[in-house]
Every structure is written in C-alpha cells, then in structure tokens.
Design a protein around this ligand. Structure first.
Ligand SMILES: Cc1ncc(COP(=O)(O)O)c(C=O)c1O
Length: 473
C-alpha cells in the first residue's frame, strides 16, 4: 500500500544529506538526547525540495491527504499536527460567525469550549443521555436536538462528540439529516473513533453518517504518533476556504515530518485492515477476556468500541485499581469512579500483544488489592438528558470582569471565572460563565474523592475556586 510521505522521507534520509537548514539538531548530529531518540532525528526535517509543504500541499503531502480522503470517503482530508484540539478549533472558526448560536453537546472535550471562546459564539448546551453500562454521560438524542431547534431557531451550527472517551458510540444519521434540513452543519469530534472506518463491524463513523466536518485523533486508536490527527471535510454548508484558512492560522508553520509520516502510515495500516484482521483482533480479545475470568473481584464492562474495556476490581475505587496496576508496571488510560479504562491495540492477523504477561500482572494487582481497604465512593449522579442551558454570563463579560478566589463550599450560586476540568477525560465540570449549582458541588466532590487530576484555573488543593467578583448592590 502506498505511503507517499513515508516513502519520500525514507529516500531522503538514505541519501545521507548534509543540513544547512533548520532544525538545529542537524539531522541528529547535535544534542544530548538518548541515543534511540537521536537516531530518529534524521527524519525530523523541514519543507525541503521534494518534501512538499503542509500549508500549500501539492506534492507528497497532497498525495497522502488525497489517499486519506479517498479511504474515509471525504471530499478533502487534512493532516493535523496539533491533535484533534486544533481540528476542533478550526472547524468552529470555519463554520460560525461571532455571535452565532451554536448547539453543543455538554460533555465535550475542553478544546470544544476553547473553540467557542475563540469563535466568539453563543453556546447553547444540551445534556446527553446517561449510559448505565459505563455510568457516564453519553449522547444527545434526535428529540433533544429537535427541541433545541424549536426553542432556538437561530442555531447556526451543531457540535457533537462521538464516540465518548469511554467507547460509547451513537448513530448520527437521523440527527445529521434533521440538521441538514435546517441548513445547519454538524461538526463532529470523533477523536476516539479514527479506526471505525476500518471495518463494517465497528460502529458507523460520523462521516458515513453524513457529518460536515469530522476530526479524529489518529494517535489515540491507530498506530500514529502523539499529536497526529485527521480532519475530514464533506460539506455544502461550511466553507472549505475558511477551514483551510483556520488551519493555516492555528497550526505551526514548521509541521513535524515524523508526525505526518506516522499519519500517512496509520492511514495505510487502517486501509489494509481486512475482515480477517478484524476476526483475529476479536479472537485475541476474547481469549484475553476469557483468561481474566476468575481473577479475584475482576469485572469487565464491554462497550461499543471493541478497543475499550472498563475494568473494575471488587469494591475498589478506580484510582486504587490504577495504583495497584501501576505497581505491576501496567499503565491504564484513566481511572474514573469505580473503573479504570483500558485501551487495546488494533491488532492485525498474525499480531499479538503479550496478553499472557498482561494477565499475570493484572492477577498480581488483584491479589495485592485484597489487602487494600476499598475506598467508598459516592453513587455517581446521572445527568438528565435533553436539558438546554446557556452561560449565565457571556464569555466576553467574564473576560473583562474581576475574579476572586473562594472556598468551593461557598460557591453555589456564583459564576465561574476559571474552568474546572477533570483530566483525563478533559470534559469540563464547569466553564467560565457557568453557575455553580448544588449538582456541580456534588460532582466536584465525586471527582475529588476519586482522586481525579484537574486542569483549568483552580486551587483545589486549597479547596478554592475562581469565581466572578460579586457586584455590590
Ligand atoms: C473527545 C476528545 N476530543 C478531543 C480531544 C483532543 O485530542 P488531541 O489530544 O488529539 O488534541 C480529546 C483528548 O483526549 C478527546 O478526548
């Protein structure tokens, strides 16, 4: 299978060229990095003759992006070198104008909220349905979207996320059809679903469902390097010129060739994924799951995405399970409530993944946990679906207003100036302009008890949050 960027880079490196150009490591000649890392630096080149330019692609990068679009069934596809983060920013900037109403699934990644801020739009948040298997917020429904349009006929774009971080996928076909009838584009953050295109057995992808612009973190489920993502465009409602302009503004003018090569390689890997590969993957996965049966206290929740497993060990909190596994040298994607999330590799026929070794380590962790007292966690609060909310205070007002630090126990009724983002998964508990409610406080307590890490603007170690100063009456 052709891999234009990989092939061209390889030819270039084999010529043992001498560098009188950036980057300063001169093909790895200078620097004190560990040898294995330094050895890869000859591939870390720049826009040299024959290597094309991501921002004005007409050679090997254009060819590779063409193969990508062809495989995913998009009219155009783009390599992203700053993750799905930059894709979420670019598609929002391209599809909206300042002041527009945008309908946004509330359990979106923080990059979607940053996109709303950058685009100066007015978000209308919609709560998704609760998924009882995983005890997480999942997807919005067609009814919810229709109600939102009935209440806000001025919605100009819809931003959805599927699958969720926890591998719950949704069918977008009817939602996209409905939005298109309203002449409104659907932007989909499919960061966790780049592999769905690889097999009819995987859930239906957002592009197959007719979405206008889709971003995918190739680095999450495909064998691509961190930060390597794809953006696909298939729209009569979003301007392609604006999308490309946004990407030119937001991405580095020196995009990484190793990342682009890995994106080219990952596309070829997925495009050659066959039904035989799928059955092999599922056989290996079943054998692994069978081998885990009988390990003391271990329970597995399977979700729509076969690469994700939610694992629970006895009554232990997720962070206790994570710590026990880490002591055995096993690192999980995240700990959440009572679970840890495992991500399996997209195996192909003939490939294996040290499952026997993994099982032995998991067994040792289960045994070690027997002598650890389980930390009791509160029952997780389910969200109520189809609730529409707006920011209490518009973002531009939040930006120019003064803030103050207060104890979070006194924050109910106050408006957030700083975001509180449990990370991972990176879905904000509260964004600037939203009001602290009793529910926010309960969810925050749940996260703190679950030993979540946080991003955003907060001092949670001192139990403080950043809110708008109260105006004196
Ligand atoms: C749903 C979702 N969207 C977007 C992102 C951002 O992706 P990236 O890390 O590729 O920038 C993430 C990252 O975890 C995510 O979970």
């Amino acid at each position: 299978m052709r891999r234009p960027v990989v092939e061209k880079l390889q030819q270039f490196v084999e010529k043992q060229p001498m560098s009188l150009h950036v980057p300063g490591h001169k093909n790895g000649y200078f620097g004190t990095l560990p040898k294995a890392l330094r050895d890869s630096l000859p591939y870390d080149v720049t826009e040299l003759t024959g290597l094309d330019d991501l921002h004005a692609a007409e050679g090997v990068i254009a060819e590779a992006q063409g193969l990508l679009a062809n495989f995913y069934g998009a009219s155009s596809s783009y390599f992203l070198v700053n993750g799905s983060t930059v894709g979420n920013l670019a598609m929002m900037l391209a599809a909206t104008s300042p002041g527009d109403h945008v309908l946004v699934q509330r359990n979106a990644h923080k990059s979607v909220f940053h996109a709303l801020e950058l685009a100066h739009v007015t978000p209308i948040f919609i709560t998704p349905e609760w998924d009882h298997r995983t005890e997480t917020a999942a997807h919005v429904t067609l009814t919810g979207i229709q109600q939102a349009f009935a209440q806000f006929p001025t919605i100009r774009a819809v931003a959805l996320t599927t699958p969720t971080y926890f591998g719950v996928a949704s069918d977008l076909v009817e939602i996209v059809e409905f939005c298109h009838q309203q002449q409104v584009p659907v932007l989909v953050d499919e960061a966790h679903g780049a592999h769905f295109q690889g097999s009819d057995y995987f859930p239906l992808s957002a592009l197959e469902s007719g979405a206008d612009v889709v971003v995918q973190s190739a680095h999450k489920s495909l064998p691509a390097m961190t930060m390597g993502s794809y953006m696909h465009y298939n729209s009569e409602l979003v301007s392609q010129n604006r999308l490309e302009h946004a990407l030119r503004m937001l991405q580095s003018s020196s995009p990484s060739y190793p990342i682009m090569a890995s994106l080219d390689d990952a596309r070829a890997y997925l495009a050659s994924f066959t039904a035989r590969d799928y059955h092999h993957l599922m056989d290996k996965r079943s054998l692994f799951l069978d081998s885990l049966q009988g390990l003391p206290g271990l329970d597995v929740v399977e979700v729509d995405d076969p690469l994700k497993l939610l694992v629970r060990i006895g009554q232990h909190a997720g962070h206790q399970v994570r710590d026990a596994l880490e002591k055995q040298g096993v690192y999980v994607e995240l700990a959440h409530g009572q679970h840890v999330l495992w991500m399996l590799p997209l195996l192909k026929y003939g490939e294996d993944y040290r499952f026997a070794e993994l099982r032995s380590r998991v067994k040792r962790a289960c045994e070690a946990l027997k002598s650890v007292r389980p930390q009791a966690l509160p029952v997780v609060t389910a969200v109520t679906a189809n609730q529409l909310t707006q920011l209490e205070v518009p973002l531009e007002v939040v930006e120019r207003s003064k803030g103050e630090w207060i104890s979070y126990t006194k924050a109910i009724g106050r408006t957030a100036k700083g975001a509180i983002i449990p990370y991972p998964p990176g879905i904000p508990l509260l964004v600037p302009g939203e009001r602290f409610t009793v529910k926010t406080l309960v969810q925050l307590e749940e996260c703190l008890m679950g030993k979540a890490a946080f991003q955003g603007e907060h001092r949670l170690a001192e139990r403080q949050v950043y809110v708008l100063e109260e105006t004196k009456k």
